[in-house]
Design a protein around this ligand. Sequence first.
Ligand code: PMP
Length: 439
Amino acid sequence: MDLPPNNNLDAYWMPFTANRQFKAHPRMFVSAEGMYFKTSDGRDVLDGIAGLWCCNAGHKRPRIIEAVKNQVEELDYSPAFQMGHHKAFDLADRLARLMPGDLNHVFFTNSGSESVETALKMAIAYHRARGEGHRTRLIGREKGYHGVNFGGMSVGGMPANRKMFGSLVSGVDHLRHTHGIAGNEYSRGEPEHGAELADDLERLCQLHDPSTIAAVIVEPVAGSAGVIMPPKGYLKRLREICTKHGILLIFDEVITGFGRLGTPFAVNYFGVQPDLVTTAKGLTNGVVPMGAVFASDTIHDAFMTGPENMIEFFHGYTYSANPMACATALAALDTYEEEGLFTRGADLGDYWADAMHGLRGAPYVKDIRTMGLIAAIELDPIEGAPTKRAFNAFLKAYDKGLLIRTTGDIIALSPPLIIEKSHIDMAVETVRRVLEEIE
Ligand code: PMP
């Protein structure tokens, strides 16, 4: 068995992990380069999931390594409150230019969960700043995932993530999800059916009175709860209903941001303009924790009133715009741009989709969905043991040298954007063999 040098597997309580299963059969990475992790027993494992949807430029990227080294020698920390440093302003400017429309103001956080909390608080405080303090209600969606803090967990719609934790934040409701609509099986890109599910927002407006609703938050493509692509026209319709009722629309782009769909953001891909966007993960290529919330001019400007020496938004983190994180993000953006990685999902999209859909008919496969460099391979569950079949597939794939991620009985693939066709072939063949061998 693979033990760490101190022989103690017990002290580290691992997140979102079956700790007892892991500690009986540890899986350890010791290094990573390009498309591969190296395990402690010397095997190469193809990274089929970009770490956790975050290492979009792959691993051990020279520009990023150099940026981290240089930054720690130059300015290791700078207080986040009432002080600034150049790289924070450089990065915000660069991000604002990359994001379409008037989402020109960037608030830095340290994770996707913190970005979500920040956006939800910003939405409520924005309405209050305009004299609409009655708008406090937040709307999420069934099967949504918005991180693990109380606000994000409450607007999130994954039962397993909620049910241990009591009554959660009050004044929250959920739109119906768009998973499993008849006729949408084996979709490439946006599925055809289900745009009318956006009208569910009208139901909630009638139920609660729209003037009590601050914001709606959705993932343009839901990742963690099953890799669910939005039906054609769905997001546009949500936008229209939000606009009609003065409700803010928040896109949680923690996984879709930074090239995942073959465009810089899902905002580009779907051509729908939200009021706030949450990001993290690919912002720094996953190397240093960092998140960013993009706010529209209208939202930002509503705060910039009152006496000049007054704090406008009572919110922030000790590590907001941390210099190491800013330097890493700037180097990640350089890498993405130099290597054209934001369009890789479009360039390789057909090859990717053909390869993934080639798994149709493999054992247990009941649906396959693709978009950009994302794929979901949905399996029939083992009767009475949901999630077990996909988890077995994860273990078997790891043994065969491929890292995948599973949620429920769905296999998710979302590789680094540097992936080549040969890696795609290898990933598909490995999944096929895994499905042939598991029960
Ligand atoms: N929102 C979405 C859409 C996510 O996919 C995630 C992470 N998977 C989060 C929020 C939370 O991000 P973090 O784990 O960095 O807190």
